[in-house]
Design a protein around this ligand. Structure first.
Ligand SMILES: Cc1ncc(COP(=O)(O)O)c(C=O)c1O
Length: 455
C-alpha cells in the first residue's frame, strides 16, 4: 500500500495555496475589509473554507458558482445540502418572486394555502401525518426534542458519537468512560454537563444503544439514518430496524433527522429503507435555498402532546418554547411548494442518484488503480470519500480518519481546478442541473490530484 510522503505533501499544499492566493485577489481584499464581522465573515464557520480566506460570491445558478475574481466552479458542495435543488431553481425563484412581488406578504403571521399543499406532500413522501414548519433544521430538531420530552415525560435524548443535528445543546455528546455522555471536543460552552441531558451511544452498535435505553430515562433516540457529518457512515444491515425495535421496547421515541439523508431518494431514507420514525425532521433543501424546515409527528405523539396542552400544563400557542414568529411564513411555504412540486421530483432524484453512482465509481476506480487506502460511500445523490480503508463503521472511527493536511490539499487542489467540494469534509452532492460531464470532470481531476499525492 503506498504511503504519503509528508514533506512532499507540505510542498504540494504550499504550491496549491500560492495558486489559490494568486487567483483570488478580490476575494482576499474583501476578506481583509470585513473588519466589522466576527472572524471577518458573516458566519464564523465560513472560515472553514481552505485557503486562508473564502471565495466571495458573485453569482450562482444551477450547479455553477462564480466568484468575484471571475472564476466559475462546478459546485458539488451545494450549500452542504441547502442547494440540493440547484442554485436559484427557476420554479422556486418564480414562486418566491410572485409571493414577494405581485401577491405580497412575506411575514404576516397568517397561514397560507401553500402550507397545506406542502404538509400533504411531506406526508406523501415521508409518511408522517402531521407537520409543523420551522426556518432551519436546527429549530426543527430543537422544537421536536421538546415535544418528545413532553410526550414521554422523560428528560434525555440519546444520540450517537459524532452526530450533528445543528446547534442543538443536547446533541454535542460522545460516549464517555463509564457509559456517561460527555461533551464532544470543541463544544462551545454547554449550559449544563451533557450527562444531565443526553445519553450517547456508538453508531452501528445496538448493544451500546440498549445499555443506555435500559436506564428508562430516554425520551427519544435522535439520529440520521446514516451519519453524514463525519463522512458518510452507513448503517449496517439490521441496525436501523434494531433501533426501531429497541425504541419501542424501552418506551423511547425514534426521531429521524433526514436533513442530509433526503439525498437517499424522493422520500428520503425513510421511504427507501422502510423506516418507521415517530418524529421526522427535515430542513435545508426543501425550500430551494429559502430558509425552511419541518418536523412531522405520528398521531400517537400528537395525542400525547395534546393531552398536556388540553390539561393546561404545556403551552404550544404562546411562549411555551416551541415555535418562532417567522416559522411557516408565506415566503418559505411558497418556496417549499415550488421546490418539492417542480424541482426535487421523483424523476430528478432518479437522475441525481445515477450521477452519484457514476461519481462514486469514478473515485473508486482511482482508489483501486493507485491502491490508495481511502474509501468512498454513496447515499443516493450524495457521495463522499474518506481517508480510511475499509470505510469507517462508527462516528469515532470516522473522526479518527480525519487528516487536516490531506484535507487541505484535496480542497485547494480541487478548487484550483474549478471544483468545489463541501468545506467540512469531502462530500459531493448532485442536483438536478449536474451533468455527466461534470462528474467526469471530477473523476479526471480526482485522479490527477491523488496521483500527485501518491507519486
Ligand atoms: C443532519 C442535520 N440536521 C440538522 C442540521 C442543521 O441544519 P441548519 O444548519 O440548516 O439548521 C444539519 C446541518 O448540517 C444536519 O446535517
Amino acid at each position: 500500500m503506498p504511503e504519503i510522503d509528508r514533506a512532499r505533501l507540505t510542498e504540494l499544499i504550499a504550491a496549491e495555496q500560492a495558486t489559490y492566493t494568486q487567483r483570488h485577489p478580490r476575494s482576499r481584499e474583501l476578506f481583509e475589509q470585513g473588519t466589522n464581522l466576527f472572524g471577518k465573515v458573516p458566519m464564523t464557520w465560513m472560515n472553514k473554507w481552505t485557503g486562508g480566506f473564502p471565495l466571495y460570491l458573485d453569482h450562482a445558478r444551477g450547479n455553477r458558482i462564480s466568484d468575484v475574481d471571475g472564476h466559475t466552479y462546478v459546485d458539488f458542495a451545494l450549500g452542504d445540502t441547502g442547494a440540493m435543488a440547484g442554485h436559484s431553481p427557476r420554479a422556486t425563484v418564480e414562486a418566491v418572486a410572485r409571493r414577494v412581488g405581485d401577491l405580497g406578504g412575506i411575514t404576516t403571521m397568517l397561514p397560507s394555502e401553500d402550507a397545506q399543499w406542502v404538509g400533504a406532500e411531506l406526508t406523501r413522501r415521508f409518511g408522517m401525518p402531521l407537520w409543523s414548519f420551522t426556518l432551519t433544521a436546527t429549530d426543527a430538531n430543537r422544537w421536536a426534542v421538546r415535544l418528545a420530552r413532553l410526550a414521554t415525560g422523560r428528560p434525555k435524548i440519546l444520540v450517537f458519537g459524532y452526530c450533528y443535528h445543528g446547534s442543538v445543546d443536547e446533541t454535542f455528546a460522545i460516549p464517555g468512560p463509564e457509559g456517561k455522555a460527555q461533551s464532544r471536543p470543541g463544544n462551545v460552552a454547554p449550559p449544563v454537563p451533557l450527562e444531565l441531558t443526553t445519553r450517547a451511544a456508538t453508531w452501528n452498535d445496538l448493544a451500546s444503544v440498549e445499555r443506555e435505553l435500559a436506564h428508562g430515562d430516554v425520551a427519544a433516540i435522535l439520529t440520521e439514518p446514516a451519519l453524514t457529518n463525519i463522512g458518510i457512515v452507513l448503517p449496517e444491515p439490521g441496525f436501523m430496524e434494531g433501533l426501531r425495535g429497541l425504541a419501542t421496547r424501552y418506551g423511547a421515541l425514534l426521531m429521524i433527522d433526514e436533513t442530509h439523508t433526503f439525498s437517499a431518494g424522493w422520500g428520503g431514507a425513510t421511504r427507501e429503507w422502510g423506516l418507521e420514525p415517530d418524529i421526522f425532521v427535515i430542513g435545508k433543501s426543501i425550500g430551494g435555498g429559502i430558509p425552511s424546515g419541518a418536523y412531522g409527528i405520528s398521531s400517537e405523539v400528537a395525542a400525547a402532546v395534546t393531552s398536556h396542552t388540553d390539561a393546561g400544563d404545556a403551552d404550544l400557542i404562546d411562549v411555551g418554547g416551541v415555535g418562532g414568529t417567522l416559522a411557516g411564513n408565506a415566503l418559505s411555504t411558497a418556496a417549499m411548494r415550488a421546490t418539492l412540486g417542480e424541482v426535487l421530483t421523483e424523476e430528478a432524484f432518479a437522475r441525481m442518484v445515477e450521477l452519484a453512482t457514476a461519481f462514486t465509481d469514478g473515485v473508486q476506480a482511482t482508489l483501486d488503480e493507485l491502491d490508495v487506502p481511502w474509501s468512498v460511500s454513496q447515499l443516493g445523490a450524495r457521495s463522499e470519500y474518506r481517508f480510511a480503508r475499509p470505510a469507517p463503521r462508527t462516528g469515532e472511527e470516522s473522526a479518527a480518519a480525519h487528516d487536516d493536511d490531506i484535507d487541505a490539499y484535496m480542497h485547494l487542489a480541487m478548487c484550483n481546478r474549478g471544483i468545489l467540494m463541501t468545506p467540512f469534509h469531502n462530500m459531493a452532492l448532485m442536483c438536478p442541473d449536474t451533468t455527466r460531464a461534470d462528474v467526469d470532470r471530477h473523476t479526471a481531476t480526482f485522479r490527477e490530484v491523488v496521483e500527485a499525492l501518491y507519486a
